[in-house]
Design a protein around this ligand. Structure first.
Ligand SMILES: *[C@@H]1O[C@H](CO)[C@@H](O)[C@H](O)[C@H]1NC(C)=O
Ligand SMILES: *[C@@H]1O[C@H](CO)[C@@H](O)[C@H](O)[C@H]1NC(C)=O
Ligand SMILES: *[C@@H]1O[C@H](CO)[C@@H](O)[C@H](O)[C@H]1NC(C)=O
Length: 845
């Protein structure tokens, strides 16, 4: 057979390769299969750049043999199979004469040792002698006509359990095609298992995992950016996850292209869990995303008209105005029965009569925030939220409605099912309830409010008096700092929930400081102790009773977040430990006051040096380069290595603190998370960030991702090199930003003109390092998130003289684009810099 005429037939050549310790299997590599060249068991078909390989393999401890596609050894040392030809009909492992051939009818054909066909592409082929099969670098096996180049068949149109980048999952009603992922039966048996993943034929579509024909998980409708029911699918996926719907054609397809400089695929496990796996050059495979993750993610765990909350106890509760169908079952934890309406609606679905009888008042709507929208939505073509409300109000079949950005008006007429309450993200849902149900709530509220009003005045007077007395007493007597330790055994965070352990306990302890000890330490928040004012509140220097210096951040009062949630969040943040992160020592909660206690940094922040005419020379090039490197490592930790995967959202020179040895430590990480929670409660979307450091997608649309931190890091890097403030350029006069200025110099081959003159003279100055940094700064600050490198890539780029891609020309100018926003300049003085112009935008959703 023609297979002999491969590289291996030239024996001296083969030996030569082995001698240089090439993987021996490359000796058996072929690049195509033709009518005269089959693929035998001893050979592999490789893609042009040796990214994927196709060949015969045997899953662990199974007696079966399959033909499959996997990542080549140079990409992934462990064998990760992404496609299998003969899933349904295995070859015996003992069959050593099996071959993959192009048959006489021009089809690709897998035949066993007795020349029986085991699997075939099975399509009509016009010119059977011209067929050739090749493997592409995207992992697709393609059968094509070698003369015309016409693609006859491709494996990406027949997915197995995995979806490769740009491969499509979806359906076309007109042609009846469905592209779905199907799980393996077990980890080692690739035959068709119980679970299928695909898109539903709804508008807008949702991704589903089905167990047999029953829904097992649901993504929530697609809002043109992401799936509304998967808030953890943070917008860093934005640039890569895509769902295209064509209502006229009756088709929808989902694809992902999230890994520009790494490898990734999505697959559905034999247990029914969808996972996005990623592998960067320097890492092993890791989960980028998975679902279902918590017990609430499993379809309909709580039955009809009930809400599932992963951190609730129990997780299921009836919606307002509903009671358990069977109290007994509900108490036992059998929630499947769901809940039933307590008070009949005036507007009766069966009669379709919406005109109110003289007695009753019209039904109303109860708003639920931050929820995963129920299944069975119906789309109504309405432009305005008010009209959506009116439509639902006037149609007795309508049980609930919502108006979602990017979708429009959705209504529900079937029993509501699979609703989740999130701790962040999610949508509003307006539920139809009888008037008395709504009124009842209001009356109770009114009573509480009026009681509170009467009581409050008196209480305030008393409290102020007591506080005044205590403070006086404290100042006179000697005060001991008390720091109790909390054990938050009930901690339960959505992001670390797993299906197996919906509840997780953590013995981590967070020091809780006594408010009186803080008053003493800061001399009653004396103005002379104030170090600065940050985006989240002022910072004071404090000296504890044992003489230890600390920095105390007094968070601007926000009553939105409960104390328990706040503590939980802090417990998580305090677990982030890295030499380039400021250590959170503890917190103090006292009535409305929320204080964070950090280690004290004697050299204040980077901007105190960088933008100070006298002190900037203390930062020679070696120190600057070290700071750049360490900050990058700190961000990698936040993005990738920590348990939380934090996006900082407000990286800037004033948030880089310096210790006694001038080592940088990032501060204020994780605070955006705390504040975001409150902000969601207020039903607005707020952007925390600083002018000049904000990526275009963040500034304009409030979309933040790891890549928006990369952008801020790029700006910071250019600032460190140039000693110029990014926002010192006159933004509102449409002049150049620091980035545009740097790019211009770079494009004229004068990049080094950007460098701060004060470092040109010092010994450690290295033009190659500086040039490298400018390149990386420009790469990080590119307009399009997809073009920017990831932080692990940045660290690699920083430490090696490898080839770098060329940065693209920045088109985004703050000057022209920001005018249209409602800017609310806050008092953004942080530690020592002035005029930072930290902004927060309030956007109605
Ligand atoms: C294909 O090739 C075979 C053998 O070379 C030849 O007999 C046959 O006529 C060819 N068929 C076509 C359609 O060209
Ligand atoms: C798949 O379904 C079968 C039959 O319902 C069941 O016996 C088996 O345990 C299921 N497998 C998994 C992984 O759920
Ligand atoms: C009321 O809503 C139902 C369900 O969405 C729909 O089928 C029906 O056409 C609507 N009726 C009117 C009058 O719009």
């Amino acid at each position: 057979m023609a297979a002999k005429y491969t590289y291996c037939s030239v024996i001296p050549f083969c030996v030569f390769l082995l001698f240089y310790s090439f993987p021996s299997h490359y000796c058996h590599a072929v690049y195509n299969i033709t009518p005269s060249q089959a693929l035998s068991k001893a050979q592999i078909l490789v893609s042009p750049s040796q990214i994927f390989e196709l060949g015969f393999f045997t899953p662990n401890s199974s007696g079966n043999q399959y033909v499959g596609i996997w990542y080549s050894k140079q990409i992934s040392p462990s064998k990760v199979v992404v496609w299998i030809a003969n899933r349904e009909k295995a070859l015996a492992v003992t069959d050593s004469a099996a071959t993959l051939i192009i048959g006489s009818n021009g089809n690709l054909n897998l035949v066993d040792g007795k020349a029986n066909s085991v699997w075939s592409t099975d399509i009509p082929v016009p010119h059977s002698n011209n067929s050739v099969a090749v493997l592409f670098d995207n992992g697709s096996l393609v059968l094509k006509d070698s003369i015309s180049g016409q693609v006859l068949w491709q494996s990406v149109e027949h997915p197995g359990n995995a979806l490769l980048p740009k491969e499509k999952m979806g359906f076309n009603v007109r042609t009846g095609e469905r592209y779905e992922l199907t799980s393996w039966k077990t980890e080692t048996d690739p035959s068709i298992g119980n679970f299928t993943m695909g898109l539903s034929q709804q508008r807008p579509s949702q991704a589903f995992i089905w167990n047999g024909s029953n829904p097992h998980w649901r993504s929530g409708p697609w809002n043109k950016i992401k799936f509304t029911g998967a808030p953890e699918m943070d917008p860093s996926y934005l640039s890569g996850f895509k769902l295209e719907e064509d209502v006229e054609q009756g088709s929808a397809s989902f694809s992902m292209d999230i890994c520009s400089n790494s490898y990734c695929h999505m697959f559905i496990s034999s247990q029914g869990i969808a996972k996005v796996m990623q592998k960067d050059k320097e890492t092993d495979w890791y989960f980028r995303w998975e679902a279902p993750k918590s017990s609430c993610d499993v379809y309909g765990v709580c039955g009809h008209f009930a809400l599932c909350k992963a951190s609730g106890s129990p997780i299921c509760k009836c919606m307002k105005g509903f009671v358990p169908k069977s109290n007994e079952e509900w108490k036992k934890g059998n929630w499947k029965g769901g809940c039933v309406r307590r008070t009949k609606l005036l507007c009766d679905k069966s009669t379709g009569n919406s005109s109110s009888s003289p007695k009753g008042k019209k039904d109303g709507f109860w708003k639920m925030g931050m929820v995963k929208l129920p299944d069975f939505h119906e789309y109504v073509l309405i432009e305005k939220a008010e009209s959506c409300n009116a439509w639902c109000q006037s149609n007795c079949s309508c049980l609930a409605y919502t108006f979602v950005d990017g979708i429009g008006c959705l209504v529900w007429s079937k029993d509501l099912v699979d609703i989740q309450e999130f701790s962040y993200g999610g949508e509003d849902l307006f539920l139809r309830l009888a008037h008395t149900e709504l009124d009842g709530g209001k009356q109770i509220k009114k009573v509480i409010i009026s009681l509170a009003a009467i009581g409050a005045t008196g209480i305030i007077v008393v409290v102020i008096f007591i506080a005044w007395c205590r403070r006086r007493a404290n100042r006179k007597g000697k005060i001991k700092e008390t720091s109790e330790h909390f054990n938050l055994t009930e901690m339960n965070d959505n992001s670390i929930d797993t299906l197996q352990s919906a509840r997780r306990q953590d013995p981590h302890e967070l020091a809780i400081f006594n408010f009186d000890s803080i008053l003493v330490a800061t001399n009653d928040f004396n103005i002379t102790n104030k170090l600065g004012q940050g985006g989240f509140g002022p910072v004071y220097k404090g000296i504890l009773h044992d003489g230890k210096e600390v920095a105390i951040k007094r968070l601007s009062s926000n009553s939105g977040q409960g104390i328990k949630e706040f503590k939980n969040e802090l417990t998580l943040i305090s677990k982030l430990q890295h030499r380039n992160l400021v250590t959170l020592m503890g917190c103090c909660i006292h009535r409305e006051e929320k204080l964070l206690i950090y280690e004290f940094m004697p050299n204040k922040s980077l901007d105190c040096f960088l933008f100070d005419r006298r002190r900037r020379s203390e930062l020679n090039w070696a120190r600057r380069f070290n700071i750049i490197h360490d900050v990058a490592k700190g961000i990698v930790y936040l993005h990738r290595d920590s348990c939380l995967r934090i996006i900082h959202r407000d990286l800037k020179a004033s948030n880089i603190l310096l210790d006694g040895m001038m080592n940088p430590k990032i501060s204020d990480f994780g605070l955006a998370r705390i504040f975001q929670e409150t902000i969601d409660l207020a039903n607005t979307q707020r952007v925390v960030g600083t002018l000049g450091y904000m990526s275009p997608e963040y500034a304009m649309e409030g979309i933040f991702s790891e890549k928006s931190d990369v952008y801020s890091f790029g700006v910071l890097l250019l600032e460190i090199v140039s000693g110029k403030k990014s926002n010192s350029f006159d933004l509102f006069d449409e002049q150049l930003s620091l980035i545009a200025y740097a790019w211009q110099l770079w494009s004229e081959n004068r990049a080094l003109d950007l460098v701060d003159e004060t470092i040109l003279a010092d010994d450690s100055y290295s033009t190659s390092e500086v040039a490298r940094c400018i390149d990386i700064g420009l790469l990080c600050a590119q307009d399009h998130p997809m073009d920017r490198p990831t932080m692990p890539e940045v660290v690699i780029l920083l430490s090696s003289e490898t080839d770098r891609p060329k940065p693209k020309r920045p088109l985004f100018y703050f000057g022209s684009s920001l005018k249209s926003f409602h800017l609310q300049p806050q008092n953004g003085v942080e530690y020592c810099s002035t005029n930072e112009g930290t902004i927060s935008m309030i956007e109605g959703r």
